[in-house]
Design a protein around this ligand. Structure first.
Ligand code: FDA
Length: 305
């Protein structure tokens, strides 16, 4: 219930304006967000690299109806990738992009053009891009843009949300050789007409999608903090003869860092999703919604403790 309220609040302009105004905002947000500037993001990335973790970096920002803002977001990614180039991370330093932040709500062609520019900058780093998945109304458009991007940048990946009824079919489509799919449970508030609602149903759907991807020929990116799903991934890897190098685990910055390090220590590729930037509100509220216990942490920080 609290989770649903927080997800509703994540889309509220009024709450966004009120919360963003709190003076202690930075302290609260620091647990989940690497910083506001490119320099702070770079420092976080270097720290993770030294802990043997790969990264995918998200320049925070969502849905815009302003063509200038969409262009500025693409520019921010290009600046970020230039700043990371000297680190020589290659595929261990990719970026994640929300197409709504680069113009998808205005025009697919605009989002495609900006995403292409970001892919080109990532390719100069020997790296790539994964498209985040947003609410269910964007899935067809996102997969359409993915198909076009992959004509020039075949290694471009995409997130698929297990909670959507359609996702098993999408996983089948995307399980061919060369395809990179990040499987997530799904973080938006979706109607019962399109998505599983209960945790147990979502977890079962995740396993069905995971099975399809692990049995396929692509590169599964298993994005979860859920130990049961991590254990099932390892069982499926055995069953389908996958070696440790042909799938990876992904987790969010600041969540279960001990587990990130133990998996990496066991030889797995573990990629941390690193958000940075000043437009942290929607991202932050989704993290609170996933784990309402985090609300206590948020309230304590607002109280200055
Ligand atoms: P679940 O929520 O069941 O959590 C399992 C355990 O993990 C919890 O018991 C707790 O210990 C820990 N945990 C989980 N969330 C926590 C939190 N916020 N704070 C503290 N502990 C927490 N979604 C989406 O819709 N589109 C996308 O593109 C992406 N992209 C993405 C990338 C990556 C790398 C990850 C890891 C996740 C996403 N997500 C996403 C978010 C995803 O859909 C989902 O909401 C979260 O990963 C939480 O689900 P879990 O699978 O971790 O399980």
């Amino acid at each position: 219930m609290l989770g649903q309220l927080l997800l509703a609040a994540s889309r509220s302009g009024l709450v966004r304006r009120s919360v963003s105004g709190f003076p202690l905002t930075n302290k609260v947000v620091q647990r989940f967000v690497a910083g506001e500037s490119v320099e702070e993001a770079r420092v976080a990335v270097e720290r993770l690299r030294d802990a043997n973790l790969a990264v995918t970096i998200d320049h925070l920002g969502e849905e815009t109806l302003d063509a200038g803002a969409a262009k500025a977001t693409a520019g921010a990614y290009i600046t970020l990738l230039e700043a990371l180039r000297p680190l020589g991370l290659g595929t261990r330093g990719e970026v994640s992009v929300k197409l709504s932040a680069v113009g998808q709500r205005l025009d697919d062609a605009m989002a495609l053009e900006h995403a292409r520019e970001i892919c080109a900058a990532a390719a100069l780093n020997g790296s790539t891009v994964t498209l985040d998945m947003e609410d269910h109304t964007t899935v067809d458009s996102t997969l359409g843009i993915l198909r076009k991007l992959r004509e020039d940048y075949p290694e471009t990946g995409v997130a698929i949300q297990a909670y959507l009824f359609r996702s098993e079919a999408d996983c089948r489509e995307l399980s061919a050789e060369g395809s990179r799919v990040r499987l997530v449970k799904g973080a938006y508030r979706e109607p019962a007409s399109v998505a599983h609602q209960g945790k147990a149903e979502v977890d079962k759907a995740y396993v069905r999608c995971l099975r399809i991807l692990m049995a396929g020929k692509g590169y599964p990116m298993v994005a979860t903090h859920d130990d049961r799903l991590i254990a099932i991934t390892e069982l499926l890897a055995d069953r389908f003869g996958r070696s440790i190098g042909d799938h990876e685990f992904q987790m969010l910055y600041g969540i279960r860092t001990d587990r990130q390090e133990s998996l990496a220590g066991a030889g797995h590729t573990v990629r941390v999703y690193v958000p940075y930037g000043d437009d942290w509100y929607g991202y932050f509220m989704r993290r609170l919604a996933e784990r309402p216990a985090n609300v206590a942490f948020f309230l304590r920080a607002l109280g200055g403790k």
